[in-house]
Write a protein that binds this ligand. Structure first.
Ligand SMILES: Nc1ncnc2c1ncn2[C@@H]1O[C@H](COP(=O)(O)OP(=O)(O)OP(=O)(O)O)[C@@H](O)[C@H]1O
Length: 343
């Protein structure tokens, strides 16, 4: 059975302005986001992330190509029809965007009020939502009395109020400290798993992608340079930019200052090897140590585990005769990627 993607970009381009002042924000974007997944879009500053989100929630129109949301081509809709599309989406922002003059209850009730819900139904729904995000006891507090994490919980409750099929989270954790970030990411994961809502996460942090997403797309200068499952992108990033993002999250390869220290502490040849499930690394090293004068130390690295398996990179100091070290490196190359550590 094939299911239509919930969000489908086909060769989408987006430019701002005209003539010599034209800015190309997105180019040739073809991308499917499936119902029920947590999909992350990562990119550096100016890569086009916010523009992509603004196309999905129809705050901007595509310049070329087509964009379907929930089976409807939204590039051809009237403003009135677009409002219906928008009502099927919730949005969470980096700066929370809460109304300071309204209580937590008032903020979460606001979209319901706009949608014409009765007072009684509003109360029931807001209570349910505040319970879900763990803030029932703060119902009568004002935003200024809340921590950043609590404000974002209110933002999420408000975004969920009208039962959207899609939640768009644009840098939702970028203003939060690391611990609060994890709390909010856990809440977004519950929104997905318990409520079945498709979550699209926009971020510039690979840690966020690793923590929560099923799949990830990498944007660079308005182009989509890589799309895949989080496991595939982390364990085998293809583009240089993707590799840099992955490295920023894993920090498993020695930097120049680490290398200098390692060289002082360990004689022998330093090599970095990729570690993946079932890669036979240990078998190769112990076998080589048994049949030759090879000695090895694990001197740097990191292994991370995702739902689909573990992977990472470790740096080894190999010592012994040149022949033993050469033979070991050659055999390691048959089971994994080996890089000589230089610099
Ligand atoms: N309304 C606009 N008018 C003109 N140019 C725009 C407009 N919105 C975005 N751009 C340009 O489009 C490009 C992509 O911007 P966008 O805000 O989507 O990137 P981003 O990845 O979200 O960046 P950041 O992480 O810095 O917010 C940039 O060159 C930006 O200057």
């Amino acid at each position: 059975m094939t299911t239509t993607p919930l969000i489908q970009f086909r060769d989408v381009g987006k430019t701002f302005g005209t003539g010599p002042a034209t800015v190309t924000a997105l180019q040739s974007i073809s991308l499917d986001i499936d119902a029920g997944e947590i999909f992350a879009i990562i990119g550096g500053s100016g890569a086009g992330k916010s523009t992509l989100v603004r196309l999905i929630n129809a705050l901007e129109k595509v310049t070329s190509g087509s964009l379907q949301v929930q089976g409807t081509d939204i590039t051809t809709l009237s403003e009135r029809e677009l409002r219906t599309v928008r009502s099927g989406m919730g949005m969470v922002f980096q700066q929370f965007n809460l109304l300071r003059s309204r209580t937590v209850f008032g903020n979460v009730a606001y979209p319901l009020k706009v949608a014409g819900w009765s007072k009684e139904r509003q109360k029931e729904r807001v209570t349910e939502l505040l319970h879900f995000v763990g803030l029932l006891e703060k119902a009568w507090a004002y935003p200024d009395q809340l921590s950043g994490g609590q404000k974002q919980r209110v933002g999420i409750a408000r975004a969920l109020a009208t039962n959207p099929a899609i939640l768009l989270a644009d840098e939702a954790t970028s203003a939060l400290d690391p611990e609060t970030t994890q709390d909010v990411l856990r809440l977004l994961a519950r929104v997905n798993s318990e409520l079945g809502i498709t979550v699209v996460v926009i971020t510039h942090e690979m840690d966020v992608v690793r923590a929560i997403a099923d799949r990830v797309a990498v944007l660079e200068k308005g182009r989509l340079i890589e799309v895949g499952t989080v496991y595939d992108v982390f364990s085998a990033p293809k583009a240089a930019t993707t590799r840099a993002f992955v490295e920023s999250a894993l920090r498993d390869r020695p930097q120049p200052e680490d290398i200098e220290r390692l060289r002082q502490s360990y004689p022998g040849r330093l090599v970095s090897v990729d570690v993946t499930a079932g890669d036979q690394l240990g078998r190769v090293l112990t076998a080589r140590a048994r049949v030759s004068d090879l000695e090895f130390d694990v001197v740097f690295g990191g292994i991370t585990s995702l739902r689909d398996g573990s992977f990472g990179n470790i740096t080894l100091a190999l010592s012994g005769s040149d022949a033993a070290v050469d033979a070991t490196v050659a055999e390691l190359r048959t089971v994994t990627t080996v890089e000589e550590v230089t610099g």
